[in-house]
Design a protein around this ligand. Structure first.
Ligand SMILES: [Ca+2]
Ligand SMILES: [Ca+2]
Ligand SMILES: [Ca+2]
Length: 289
């Protein structure tokens, strides 16, 4: 009898997992939360009924002389725990149909309000509808200034490669906060705004406009040279560690060569994304010896 009972339980929980996201969005997908509700590409859950994942208005959250403001317009997604006193895990999932896609970027703005650093805080990805997740980015609260918005630009192709994930029809990006108190008065929480998932393939670039990129030497012990076939563009780059942390960036480069100095970084794999006038033109895996 015991075996039959356990089988019944496992079937029920399997069905519950499938019901979590009702629609997987195709890209480009963008939200700044200004509709005031989460659309059906989202699923939210908390380990406790006290965990809150809700859309806030900029004027509604004032405490100790500070006001939590949206990054853009007036609404944003907040995570906290009210009344608090014990730890909860808050999760917001975004369902995406990325089957057949390449060169996909996930960009978002994030701010924290005195939220402590816990290893559970961060961005997670699942390629199986949320059955299993892999952490791809830390949101390390202690390193940031309260209520200041920070921009994140994740190259999902690179993260898939690093973590053995694939673009599937049931791809899930999870925003996760682990904490113990509430925003105003409890002084704890995460804020998200202006979430975008888009392909960076630019089909309207003609052969003549295409920038050819050479990266050398690779592997390297110290310097990497990036040479670009055109010098009249406004270039920028972002350097990521293997776990998806942005570790270096530079904007407004008008030369046709960029020299990266990796000598201070640990040996291992890094990713450099190159942008021309704000559009990503190239992503390259670097090996630091
Ligand atoms: Ca907004
Ligand atoms: Ca936390
Ligand atoms: Ca806390």
């Amino acid at each position: 009898m015991k075996k039959i009972y356990l089988l019944a339980i496992s079937i029920i929980s399997f069905q519950a997992i499938n019901a979590q996201i009702t629609n997987y969005a195709t890209i480009p997908y963008a939200t700044g939360f200004e509709s005031g509700t989460l659309d059906n590409n989202w699923y939210t859950t908390s380990s406790s009924q006290d965990g809150r994942i809700q859309i806030w208005n900029s004027t509604s959250l004032i405490w100790s002389g500070d006001t939590a403001k949206a990054h853009t317009d007036s609404l944003w997604l907040g995570m906290d725990n009210s009344p608090g006193g014990s730890y909860v895990t808050n999760e917001a999932w975004i369902g995406l149909d990325l089957l057949g896609e390449t060169q996909v970027r996930f960009t978002f703005w994030w701010a924290e309000w005195n939220d402590e650093t816990e290893p559970q805080d961060g961005i997670y990805i699942s390629d199986d509808g949320g059955t299993s997740f892999t952490k791809v980015l830390d949101l390390n609260g202690a390193s940031y200034t309260d209520l200041q918005w920070y921009y994140f630009d994740l190259n999902l192709d690179s993260l898939n490669t690093v973590h053995g994930l694939n673009f599937t029809a049931t791809y899930v990006i999870k925003l996760q906060q682990y904490d113990n108190y509430y925003f105003a008065g409890g002084n704890d929480g995460f804020l998200f705004d202006d979430i975008n998932v888009e392909s960076t393939i630019v089909s309207n670039i003609s052969e003549q406009d295409e920038v050819k990129v050479k990266v050398f030497p690779n592997p390297t012990a110290d310097f990497v040279n990036i040479s670009l076939s055109k010098s009249n563009n406004n270039y920028s780059y972002q350097l990521y560690s293997i776990d998806g942390q942005l570790i270096e960036e530079n904007n407004s480069i008008n030369e046709n060569s960029i020299k990266l100095n990796l000598s201070d970084y640990n040996a291992g794999v890094y990713f450099v994304n190159l942008y021309s006038n704000g559009e990503m033109i190239h992503s390259h895996k670097l090996f630091k010896q």
